[in-house]
Design a protein around this ligand. Sequence first.
Ligand code: MG
Length: 403
Amino acid sequence: MAKPVVIEDVKTFLVQTAGPGTRFIIVKVITSEPGLYGLGCATFTQRFRAVYAAIEHHVKPFVIGKDVSRIEELFQMNLVNGYWRNGPVLNNAISGIDEALWDIKGKMANMPVYDLLGGKTREAAAVYAHADGRDPQEVLDNVRKFQEQGYHYIRVQMGGYGGKQDTMHRPEGALPGAYFDPRAYTRNMLRMIEYVRSHVGDEVELLHDVHERLSPIDTVKFAKDLEPYNLFFLEDSLAPEDIEWFRHIRKVCATPLAMGELFNNPREWRLLIEERLIDFIRMHVSQMGGITAARNAAIHAQIYGIRTAWHGPGDTSPVGHAANLHLDLWAPNFGIQEWCRFDNLVYDMFPGLPVVRNGYMYPNDRPGLGIDFDENLASKYPPKDEVDWWTQTRLPDGSPARP
Ligand code: MG
């Protein structure tokens, strides 16, 4: 029997291309076969040094010398061999290895990863872009700019998550933070979405992300009030801790629902999928352990008629976006792909990063994930240890809230 190709080394790279939300973690798995390596995304921008340590001190010593062909077995063992499990730090570390092994297997087979998964069911993935603005007119102007670029699906927000308000009734001595008022938020967003819909007509698909900021009963009403505006989906309208409330939303309206970027384990979907309480699984693929975990969740959802909408904002690394795309091209139940539009620096640093034309994301058909990484260029952009501001969210009375 031929000697197996094994993992010879694991290198973990930290890079920051713009603000704190771009502190990417890229894992490179180097094999015993000269020149053969794979890349994986392990990006958790808010706790990037913890993921780095998990890979370098815990996951790497375990995987060195292991057979690269055994993706599933290594994934399953990585999930349990720390005994304490299901957290975002460890799952991202596992994803770095898992995605790199899919990349390696594709290179060995001379096939793109979507071929390993079962082959394409479509030529490109429809994507949605983010339109924001300070008022409804500015949101509308930005929606129109995306329409001119060929986007058919557009997420509309106003004043970022939570919708910043100029006037807020705060107590004396309220601590600094990113304040928002949930009740004002629902009123303002309804006004904005009504305004945008009335101007763009029915042809454009509009999406909105609540970012789990509302109380459950306010969310039930908000989803119901939005029904006439025919959203493509309403995202993260509830926190993971409150998912039983989806039953109540389902009873009162047919607003399509997307959920789950904060989930850690595929079994967290069970209630939502098996009771058909949502319409899109919104997994952050690296947060759940990589391509192996996402493939399993996609199949689970497909059986119940639920579609995929992998998380793909600016804090997913380019390698993570490539992994999303391969899953999108394969998944029979693909729904939509979020897309953040990287600048030229990122395209230079990650040759092969998927391109979007006319609202569709296209693969490059190279073997594996089809993306590479310029380590020398990346070394000029080390991450900074800044504390995030937008996650220091507070309600009008100053108490901490979900960001
Ligand atoms: Mg979201």
